[in-house]
Ligand binder design. Sequence first.
Ligand SMILES: [Fe+2]
Length: 249
Amino acid sequence: MTSPTRPSRGKETVAALRERLDRLEREAAERQRQLERYAADLREVFKQERKRAQELRRSYKATVLALANAVEARDAYTGKHAERVASYGLRIAHAAGVPVDPQVEFGFLLHDVGKVAVPDAILFKPGPLTDQERALMVLHPVIGTEILRHVDFLGEAKEVVRHHHERWDGKGYPDRLTGDDIPVQARVFAVADTLDALTTDRPYRPATGWSEAREVIRSEAGSQFDPAIVAAYEAVPDEAFARIRDTII
Ligand SMILES: [Fe+2]
């Protein structure tokens, strides 16, 4: 015998379940909307952060360029040398598979910042330097590193500034480092620096052509330059460097 109350209890249970289910669905939908709002907020925060980081990087680069240009403003002949050499350096580094972060590019741009401490009479002396003058001149990588010592955002840039005149054979300065002990970005820079020096007019000689410059650099592989970096440079056609030079005026 069935109880008369059972069907209505059953109906109530189904209705209650439906109501519970509806409530759960409403809550789930609300939670989803909330999550979507959080996701949208997060996307906006990331977007703003990325924008701020880009602005900060642009400010850093503008500051570094201003400093590099202040150094170069003293020398009418080398104008834009730092920007050209930085671009050549990036191109060679890319060919060599050498990682280059913005800090290293800053190092390329600021390599000669220490020359602010070298008097004009030495920096622009047309004849050969005396031992004393040369002793002061070769200090510029050390002075440059000192100038930038407390600028944290420059990081590895300071390595390029300090070691941009080291030679693969250990006869460079200031630390007479040899081979792989020289930071790789500084080894890249050395090739780029010579390329620009050779292909730019100087008071005492006209610019050499790209192919002549290539011969000079090739002849210094293993003595002044890292042979692997010279090989990477050799893989970059003259036209690529010419394009860079034409865009930096
Ligand atoms: Fe230098």
